[in-house]
Design a protein around this ligand. Structure first.
Ligand code: P53
Length: 478
C-alpha cells in the first residue's frame, strides 16, 4: 500500500461512463438512431467502420452495451458498496429528441433519466451529467451535415433547456461536449464523426470543417451555459477537455516551440470556454490558411459573456512532438508524435504517465484559473476472470496509484482546486475508439465479450476492494 494525501472534505470520488457505451436498448422507448448506433465493432488497431444505415446483421456493440438500461438498479447497489460519492453518465440526446430536430421531447426518455437519477440519489451517489458524449442523432448528420451546420446550435440548446428544466433541481454538475478537442485529430475520420457529426466530406476540407464545427459547438456551449444559469443558478456547467500533455521530444528549442504550439492547438477550446475568446495565433493561422470560420460579432459577445464554471477533463496518456521546420508550426497529430523513451505503454499503445496529471493540472490552472474536475482517468486492459470469480488486475491498481498520487500532489502541494475524481469506467463497458468489450476499464467485471456473448454477470475485481479503501480513507490509503 502507498501512503497518499487526504483530500478536502466533500471531495467527489466516483466513476464515469457514457450512455451509448453501456445502456444498450438502442431502439427502446422511442429512442432514435445515434452515430454510435451505426458504428460496427473494430479491434485493437482496427478502426470502427461506419455504415450508412443500421445493417440487419452488423455487429453493433453499442446496441447492446452491458444492458445497463435495465440493470442499473443492481449496478448502483454495487457502486454504493464500492463507496462511490458521484457518478458521471450522459443523457443520450436520441432518447429525448430521437431525430434531434423535433420541437417536443420524448417523454419516455425523460422518464427514464428521472428514474435513473432518483436511483443514484437513493444510493447516496451524486449524478454528474454530460449533454453530448459521442451520441449525436444520426439524422442530424445525414440531413444537416452535423455541426458544420449552424442550425444545430438551436437544436442543441432546445435539448439542453429541456433537460436542465427537468433534472436541474437534482443535478448540479453538467458538462457540454465530451472531449471537444479530440477533433484536433481531424485527419482521422473517427473523431470527426464522434465529436462533430462530420461525415462525407472532401479530405482537403477536413481541417477547415473541423474549425467551423467547433465554432458552432463553442457558441452552443456558451448559450447552454447561459440557459443553465437562468433556469437554476445552482447549476455548474463545465467544458470537457481530453487532456493529453504534449511534451517536446528533446530540449532543442525548436522542439520546445513545437510542443508549445501543439498544446495551444489542442487546447484552444479550453481558452474559448474559460477565457471567452479565441487566441491570436489561431486567428492568424486561419487567415494564413484562408479558412472562413464565420465568427460573427454576436458570437464573440456570447462567448465572452458566458464562460464555464469549471474545467472538466479526461486524462489517460501523454505524447511527445518533434519540430517539423514549418514556420507556421502546423501541428499534425497523426504524423508529429514520437515515442517517449521514459514511458511504458498499455496494450493499446497508450503511454502511461502519472506525472503528467500534476503537470497538466498546473498548466491548466495557470492558464484558465478555474476549478477542475477529473471526469475520466483509467487503464484499458485485458482482464482474466478466474474460475472462482476473481479478477487479479494489479496492473490497473498500479496505474491508479500513480495517477491518484500525482493528482493529490497537485491538490495538496500545489493548491489546485479540484472538485472530484471520476475514474473511467467503474464497470466494464464498450470501448469508444474500438467498440471492444475486451478493452476493460472497470472495477466491476462484466462477463460479456466482443460479440456480446457471455452471462452478463458482474464480478468484483481486485481493484474494487482497493478503490473502496481509497475512498474510505479519502485518498490516504493508495
Ligand atoms: P476507449 C481517444 C483518446 C482518449 C480518450 O477510451 C478517448 C478517445 C476517444 O475514443 O475517449 C475517452 O474506450 C472518452 C470515452 C472513452 C474513454 O476515453 O476508446 O470520453 O468515451 O471510452 C476511453 O478506450
Amino acid at each position: 500500500m502507498v501512503k497518499g494525501y487526504r483530500m478536502p472534505d466533500g471531495f467527489l470520488w466516483g466513476g464515469a461512463v457514457a450512455a451509448h457505451q453501456l445502456e444498450g436498448a438502442w431502439d427502446v422507448d422511442g429512442k432514435g438512431v445515434s452515430i454510435a448506433d451505426v458504428m460496427l465493432a473494430g479491434k485493437n488497431g482496427v478502426p470502427r467502420e461506419v455504415t450508412d444505415t443500421v445493417l440487419p446483421d452488423g455487429n453493433y456493440p453499442n446496441h447492446r452495451g452491458i444492458d445497463f438500461y435495465h440493470t442499473y438498479p443492481a449496478d448502483f447497489k454495487l457502486m454504493k458498496e464500492l463507496g462511490l460519492k458521484a457518478f458521471r453518465t450522459s443523457i443520450a440526446w436520441t432518447r429525448i429528441f430521437p431525430n434531434g430536430d423535433e420541437t417536443e421531447p420524448n417523454e419516455a426518455g425523460l422518464a427514464y433519466y428521472d428514474a435513473l437519477i432518483d436511483e443514484m440519489l437513493a444510493n447516496g451517489i451524486e449524478p454528474v451529467l454530460t449533454l453530448s458524449h459521442f451520441e449525436i442523432p444520426y439524422h442530424l448528420v445525414t440531413e444537416y451535415g452535423g455541426w458544420r451546420n449552424r442550425q444545430l446550435i438551436t437544436f442543441f440548446e432546445r435539448f439542453a433547456r429541456v433537460v436542465f428544466e427537468r433534472f436541474g433541481d437534482r443535478v448540479k454538475y453538467w458538462m457540454t461536449f465530451n472531449e471537444i478537442n479530440n477533433q484536433t485529430s481531424w485527419m482521422d475520420p473517427h473523431p470527426m464523426l464522434q465529436n462533430s457529426g462530420l461525415k462525407d466530406y472532401d479530405e482537403a476540407d477536413a481541417e477547415e470543417l473541423m474549425y467551423l464545427a467547433s465554432h458552432h459547438e463553442l457558441v452552443a456551449s456558451a448559450l447552454v451555459t447561459k440557459a443553465a444559469h437562468e433556469i437554476n443558478p445552482n447549476i455548474q456547467v463545465g467544458d470537457m477537455i481530453a487532456m493529453n500533455p504534449v511534451y517536446p521530444a528533446t530540449s532543442k528549442p525548436e522542439d520546445i516551440m513545437m510542443a508549445e504550439r501543439a498544446m495551444q492547438a489542442r487546447y484552444f477550446w479550453g481558452d474559448v470556454h474559460a477565457l471567452g475568446q479565441y487566441p491570436n495565433w489561431l486567428r492568424k493561422y486561419w487567415e494564413h490558411k484562408g479558412f472562413d470560420i464565420d465568427v460573427t460579432p454576436e458570437d464573440e459577445a456570447i462567448l465572452a459573456a458566458n464562460t464555464v464554471d469549471y474545467v472538466a477533463f479526461s486524462y489517460y496518456m501523454s505524447w511527445t512532438v518533434t519540430d517539423t521546420g514549418d514556420e507556421w508550426l502546423a501541428y499534425n497529430e497523426e504524423s508529429n508524435h514520437g515515442d517517449n523513451p521514459f514511458l511504458q505503454k498499455s496494450d493499446w499503445g497508450w503511454q502511461i504517465d502519472p506525472v503528467g496529471v500534476r503537470w497538466a493540472m498546473n498548466w491548466m490552472w495557470d492558464r484558465w484559473h478555474k476549478p477542475m474536475f477529473i471526469v475520466e482517468n483509467g487503464f484499458g486492459a485485458y482482464d482474466k476472470l478466474e474460475a472462482d470469480g476473481s479478477v487479479h488486475d494489479d496492473y490497473r491498481i498500479a496505474y491508479f496509484q500513480g495517477h491518484i498520487e500525482a493528482m493529490e500532489r497537485a491538490v495538496v502541494l500545489d493548491g489546485i482546486p479540484l472538485i472530484g475524481y471520476l475514474p473511467w469506467s467503474g464497470i466494464d463497458i464498450v470501448s469508444a475508439s474500438t467498440g471492444e468489450m475486451l478493452k476493460r476499464y472497470g472495477f466491476i467485471y462484466v462477463d460479456l465479450d466482443d460479440m456480446g456473448q457471455g452471462s452478463g454477470e458482474r464480478y468484483r475485481k481486485d481493484s474494487f476492494k482497493w478503490y473502496q479503501q481509497v475512498i474510505a480513507s479519502n485518498g490516504e490509503d493508495l
